[in-house]
Ligand binder design. Sequence first.
Ligand SMILES: [Mg+2]
Length: 292
Amino acid sequence: MTSHVGSSEGYLRESWDEFARSSQIRRMTETNPPTDFPGWSAVFGRCAGEFAVLLLLDFDGTLSDIVQDPAMAVLRKGNTRTLNMLSSKPGYAVGIVSGRSLEDLMERVALPNLIYAGNHGMEIQAPGLRFVHPDVATYIPGLAEIASRLRLALAEIPGANVEDKTLTLTVHFRQTPAQYHEKIHALVGAIVQQPPMFGRYRITHAKAAIEVRPAVDWHKGRALELIRSRLHPHAFPIYIGDDRTDEDAFKAAQDAGGCGIFVGPAGNTTCANFRLDSPAAVSAALADLVSR
Ligand SMILES: [Mg+2]
């Protein structure tokens, strides 16, 4: 592939419908299972001439293996080098979009030249871009209040803990026995419904975690749109992730003419076009991309 940043608006060879008839990328809905990842040549089959790539990835369960204690998650072996090489490859921009706080994410990855989006994209930092969602400041005191009420309520439940990420919060329960899970969901639901928080926060579910976020219309998909429009408007967007909160970004990548890649076993419901089995398969695919 010959590629060059900003060189071409013309990577869309034809309209989506025309393209869909002749290509391995199908417009996906949640009712279609994703195709096993067919390799980069097939993914880029729709791109004509020179084009740029905007590669955005989730962190936990995508670039890191899932670990018992989320505080211990690190980039998989090899990914540091691969991401570094990709981000300096001509025509490529690479970013990480995570539910972790921006500070946590940047410390954990610690690579220059990457785009970092924390708290599901409510805070973004990249060369040439610093963004904090304009509405979130008014939600911070309420989130602190929810965090303190949750800490009290969950004190008796083994393995459950509350991570206050300032702009969002996460209740982690990977180490909690299954018989408590229903109770955790009920407690979080009840506390978020209490005055004065009622209606101002929403709950989303991730792997062995519940997240509480400001009820603003913002998510990983919006973050992808913002990064693309501000920094790489003509790039072919690819989003790779493993969890429910990544679905918005799969949709946004497709809406922008690119594709989504789900990480996980077959049989999951997802809007992604393609599927890779595991974080190890993601590492291998990224290494392939470096050598293209
Ligand atoms: Mg994940």
